[in-house]
Design a protein around this ligand. Structure first.
Ligand code: BG6
Length: 498
């Protein structure tokens, strides 16, 4: 439960552009409901969902109820639902229609009085990226972007640009209206429990932090694998591909949390500054490195969960000769004192054999002198941070086999539990919405992090665009193209599936 003072600071109206969209129904509304359920939504609060279709508040509220029934992690509690239902409003207007913004302005004033929300606003852009600039301009022209004595926050979903230039342009446009401290760029992976846990694991455990460097770590593997194909999102995905969809944002954010130096304190900017330094320290990919250390893939037909599935090129809205990658594996180095020489392997793909997001830290082998000479194969220490669907930590170490003379067995300690809903979790959005209301931007990407990520990603995307690949090159239901295995095998390593 939040106290009176917190309630005052959090009071706001949340305006959702894209109120009838998939994200709002699957994630945002269930997240708001769960915040009510957990007593975390402030008393003085209201939601205005904006959409183009014509519907009444009542119709819209009924649709939201359906979504909550389908997607909420807590089941329906009538009191909680009624509390949320009564503060949700639907407003119809087209984002290009200037009168709509005036209508919105008047309506927000009315709600401010009714709910005593003090002029505080969250503008959540849950719309296709081509509307970002247009909406921000509309907010600015109709004097909705700033209220005297109140705060306004702009929340923006990915993709933030489609390369460095478009991202810079978008950022400049946003900055004409909102300053950096009021822009919340969502990367929903940062809202996931185990991603937040990386800092606690590292900075609250002597055993891990003292070994967290190139002296003791052989390599780090970050894998975000999905069984899902592109589904109905072909139109978006075809222009994006795995690099833009997963690597430029989620993977680089995770990488920066795994590799960053301890921040001087837990303040937002201290943490973001350390994360930025990691992305900036990623090695430059020369032509030779692009050839040897980057693997692209695109799925062909295959079997998922016993059912045949079509190839990427046969999916809805995908051209039959598409060259878009649905899989990427990369080997990269972080050129700083802590990590020089330790490879980081990253891998992400659609239509893979399993849905699983994990970080594997493989520690170095010990010298083959005592137990590990002749006959005993050394199994390395592994620390696995399981993000989803299993959530928790796995640690592998060696002990003596109880029943034999000197045999060594690899012992596995697993604190993780299976959470079937830990995909694109509502929990992530709950945490993120709550942080937006609190004004805590730690779990959101700062502009210079986004900029540095595009500088890295652009080079690799350019290589993919200019080179001809023999696609499809992996079966749906496999763990990616053969080359992704060779990437590690050349140095005697392998992807760990634990
Ligand atoms: C999104 C991508 O950002 O993340 C999707 O656009 C992807 O393509 C999704 O499926 C994965 O998120 P999660 O939380 O389900 O692992």
């Amino acid at each position: 439960m939040i106290n009176e003072e917190t309630n005052r600071n959090l009071s706001a109206i949340m305006v959702i552009f894209g109120g009838t969209g998939d994200l709002t129904h699957r994630k945002l509304m269930p997240a708001l409901y769960n915040l009510v359920y957990d007593g975390l939504l402030p008393e003085n609060f209201a939601v205005v969902a904006i959409g183009r279709k014509n519907k009444t508040d009542r119709q819209y509220r009924d649709e939201v109820l359906d979504s909550i029934n389908k997607y909420s992690r807590n089941k329906l509690d009538v009191c909680c639902w009624e509390r949320l239902r009564d503060i949700i409003y639907y407003l119809q207007f087209d984002f290009t229609d200037q009168e709509g913004y005036e209508k919105l302005k008047n309506f927000l004033k009315e709600l401010d009085e009714k709910y005593n929300t003090g002029g505080n606003r969250v503008f959540y852009l849950a719309v296709a990226p081509e509307y970002f600039e247009l909406i921000v301009q509309g907010l600015s022209e109709h004097k909705l972007a700033h209220q005297d004595g109140a705060w306004t926050r702009l929340v923006i979903e990915k993709p933030f640009g489609r390369d460095l230039n478009t991202a810079r342009r978008l950022n400049n446009k946003l900055n004409e209206v909102f300053d950096e401290s009021s822009i919340y760029r969502i990367d929903h992976y940062l809202g996931k429990e185990m991603i937040q846990n990386i800092m606690v694991l590292r900075f609250c455990n002597t055993v891990f932090e003292s070994l967290w460097s190139n002296k003791y770590i052989d390599n780090v593997q970050i894998s975000l694998c999905e069984k899902n194909g592109v589904g109905t999102r072909g139109g978006y995905y075809e222009n994006s591909g795995a690099m833009r969809d997963m690597v430029q944002n989620h993977i680089l954010q995770i990488l920066s949390m795994v590799a960053m130096e301890p921040p001087v304190n837990l303040k937002t900017e201290s943490i973001r500054t350390e994360k930025l330094k990691v992305i900036q320290a990623i090695e430059n990919f020369t032509d030779e490195k692009l050839r040897n250390n980057v693997v692209f893939g695109q799925y062909g037909r295959g079997i998922i969960d016993g059912q045949p599935v079509v190839a990427y090129r046969e999916e809805e809205n995908i051209p039959p000769k598409s060259t878009t990658e649905t899989f990427v594996a990369l080997k990269l180095h972080i050129n700083n004192f802590r990590w020089a020489g330790t490879p980081f392997y990253i891998r992400t793909g659609k239509r893979m054999a399993k849905t699983s997001s994990e970080i594997v830290i493989q520690f170095k082998d010990l010298p083959d002198i005592l137990y590990f000479k002749e006959g005993h194969v050394q199994v390395p220490n592994l620390l696995v941070i399981r993000i989803q669907p299993n959530v928790g930590v796995f640690f592998q170490f060696n002990t003596k086999d109880f029943s034999t003379y000197n045999d060594i067995v690899s012992t596995k300690m697993d604190t993780s539990y299976y959470n079937p809903t830990a995909g694109n979790t509502p929990e992530a959005y709950e945490r993120l919405i709550y942080d937006i209301l609190r004004g805590d931007a730690t779990l959101f990407s700062r502009w210079d992090e986004v900029e540095a990520s595009w500088i890295f990603a652009d080079k690799i995307i350019e290589y993919r665009t200019n080179k001809k690949f023999d696609f499809p090159n992996y079966y749906a239901g496999s763990m990616g193209p053969a080359k992704a295995f060779e990437l590690l095998a050349v140095s005697g390593r392998k992807w760990w599936e634990v």
